[in-house]
Ligand binder design. Sequence first.
Ligand code: FBP
Length: 262
Amino acid sequence: MRPIDDSPLSRDGKVLILAYDHGLEHGPVDFEDVPESADPERVFDVATHPAVTSLAVQKGVAEAYYPSYEEDVDLLAKVNGTSNLWMGEYDSAVNWSVEYADEVGADSVGFTLYGGSNHEVEMAEEFRDVQEAARDHDMPVVMWAYPRGQGVKNDTKSDVIAYAARQAMELGADIAKVKYPGSKEAMERVVEMAGPTKVIMSGGSKRSDREFLESVKAVIDAGGAGLAVGRNIFQRENPEYILDALEEVIFEESSVDTALAV
Ligand code: FBP
């Protein structure tokens, strides 16, 4: 396991990854509420907020926009990803190599693994190559640990999420990004199963400020390291407000009421 505490991916051991690969994963529908969010430049600007430890994007966005932001933004290369246009058993194409991500300026890499998919074996083998190349380049590895597919009956069940975190640890991820299992107690078990691998929560679809922050607070109180979040930031008219609040909850360990009052 590569300690992330001294890497740019974390601040004081805590993590707030701004995820912006939705244009590929979901398509333009995710930009409808706030049309300016289709412009990657707006999201790179948002990623300069001090609470954001890293911005996760796909290759094309990194190539086009990162050169103007490399001083101010830490880049996480999301190396696999697939569109919603394609129908079939869950799978994800590897779109850029770790070597190329390093050339573009990335400091860390992200990889989606769909445990339980009929493609799990191939995906785990692809993850092996990514993880070992990342070790060679001294880049932390974040697994989007998303059990899905024919082998998985209920991907929101806390046992399934704990298994995903364990799988991430066993395969050598430094950080496991998992869905929120529903409570602080359930998250404690997820964190326990991940051992030395840090656990972060996946943001999910947009919720009210309070509901969203309460789930983040439960993750931090359970020993989680933070979150990777997209829609709950860029689908807001004022992303800075929620980032200020997240800074309080994640880095200052403040209450949700305190965070909302900032
Ligand atoms: P959100 O905070 O918007 O959920 O983003 C996290 C993320 O993992 C993105 O990186 C990815 O594009 C998206 O969720 C995938 O969402 P899903 O597979 O659940 O539809």
